[in-house]
Design a protein. Structure first.
Length: 261
């Protein structure tokens, strides 16, 4: 098991049990005492857990993993969704991505397609984002014009948030927004972990003609703190084949298009 995968699973273990001892980490992951202690120290340095004598315990930030630890979760589903997003992008259009693991993977696939599809060389395609990691990855793609909205960088998601976003978003028009979320509840709405991220996401939706929520099926069972918008403010949901029949029916009953990767 790769280290980042192990760290992600270790946070899950601590969240589920509330605390863990070094011996428990050793037994659960089959690692040495030194490796178990180093892993707990790394998570404590990231303020994801609180180190205790002989182990660690959860804290208020434990559920808010840095992007590099979350990227390994549901990897197959995220890659399938990312490939489908790249197929949906119209060369010459204005598209947008907020931050997150699924949108980061999707933006990368768009960059790959732009480099190989001659239609992207024929006309400019503009990509708007508030995620500095996405902008950094795609700036090297000459077929894409990258527009980064302003704001203050949020450490764990690499997203720019805050009132500076209000200076640019009302002045632009986006053809299609590919929106990553932390939780989906067809009865209550779309949710993010952070209220600042939720506010920027809502502004992106307002600037877009079409909003496609990109989220693996686990997001239907998840909960998150900050409501972004009503579920019906989305035009489509692109998810993986793991979605339950109940959740799929709820999406369709809300009048939102369901796309499967």
């Amino acid at each position: 098991m790769e280290r980042e995968d192990r760290l992600s699973r270790l946070v899950d273990l601590i969240l589920e049990s509330g605390s863990v001892r070094v011996e428990g980490v050793m037994e659960h992951f089959g690692v040495s005492p030194a490796t178990a202690r180093r892993d707990l120290d790394v998570l404590a340095e990231q303020q994801l857990v609180t180190r205790t004598r002989g182990g660690a315990m959860s804290n208020s930030s434990s559920g808010d993993l840095p992007l590099r630890y979350r990227s390994v979760r549901n990897g197959h589903a995220k890659r399938a969704i990312a490939s489908r997003v790249a197929e949906l992008v119209e060369p010459g259009s204005v598209i947008a991505f907020n931050g997150g693991t699924t949108t980061t993977a999707a933006a990368y696939e768009v960059g790959v397609r732009s480099a190989s599809d001659p239609l992207f060389a024929a006309e400019d395609t503009t990509l708007v984002t508030n995620a500095v990691n996405i902008a950094n990855d795609l700036t090297v793609r000459p077929q894409l014009r990258i527009v980064v909205i302003g704001g203050v960088a949020r450490t764990r998601s690499y997203e720019l948030i805050g009132p500076l976003t209000s200076l640019i978003l009302p002045e632009i028009s986006i053809d299609t927004l590919f929106l990553g979320v932390n939780a989906i509840d067809p009865a209550r709405g779309l949710f993010a972990q952070d209220d600042g991220e939720a506010a920027v996401n809502a502004a992106l939706i307002a600037a877009a003609r079409r909003t496609v929520v990109v989220a693996d099926a686990s997001k239907f069972a998840a909960t998150a703190f900050a409501r972004i918008v009503d579920f019906t403010d989305a035009d489509a949901v692109l998810t993986d084949a793991g979605i339950t029949d109940t959740d799929a029916d709820a999406v369709r009953e809300a009048g939102v298009e369901l796309l499967l990767a």
